[in-house]
Design a binder for this molecule. Structure first.
Ligand code: GAR
Length: 187
């Protein structure tokens, strides 16, 4: 099997990145992580790139045309698959067109519910019975591309934001790799 040359985009802790790096060591897992891109220079997740000797690039999104720098590096590293893993920046229409290959994202809610930011506080405020996480294709609309996989759990009355995050992320570590396997199963 030819593994997909993958770039993971992060902004923060990078626990999903860490998990994907571990998974990709498996011969049968369909991706190899060749590049990590962060829009935050102090993102903790960059450490996982460093300790695993994966090239990483920090992008200053304040600069005009910063997406061109991303495109340049995606070409340089022959990237043909992108995973957004806690990347807190919207991907522009122009970028999607220029890149033209698969991009997926993980989101900590049962989409189409609770798109966007501050997911856990809104879930609690709305007194939801269930929540979970979703892996979906990225299109030009925020958190709106076709769903690849979703997993849910029941919310306990004692769950606060912190606990919801922990429970959600535990599921994320399962569904992100499962979704990737599902995408490339027949390739
Ligand atoms: C993840 O829980 C992911 O679902 C969320 O950010 C977290 C990143 O954690 N993404 C979004 O909220 C995107 N809208 P990580 O950096 O430890 O992987």
């Amino acid at each position: 099997m030819v593994k997909k040359n993958t770039c993971v985009f992060i902004s923060g802790q990078g626990s999903n990145l860490k998990n994907l790096i571990q998974q990709s060591r498996d011969y049968n897992f369909p991706i190899n992580i060749k590049l990590v891109i962060s829009n935050k220079k102090n993102a903790f997740g960059l450490n996982f790139a460093k300790i695993n000797s994966i090239p990483y690039i920090i992008i200053n999104t304040e600069i005009r045309n910063y997406e061109n720098k991303i495109i340049y590096n995606l070409k340089k590293y022959k990237i043909n698959f992108i995973c957004l893993a806690g990347y807190m920046k919207i991907i522009s229409k122009v970028f999607l067109k220029k890149y033209g290959k698969l991009i997926i994202n993980i989101h900590p809610s049962l989409l189409p519910k609770f798109k966007g930011l501050n997911t856990f506080s809104r879930i609690l405020k709305n007194k939801e019975k269930k929540t979970g996480c979703t892996v979906h294709y990225v299109n030009e609309k925020l958190d709106a591309g076709n769903i690849i996989l979703q997993k849910s759990f029941y919310i306990n009355s004692k769950d606060d934001e912190k606990i919801l995050r922990i429970k959600t992320q535990r599921l994320e570590y399962k569904i992100f790799p499962e979704a990737i396997i599902k995408i490339f199963r027949n390739n």
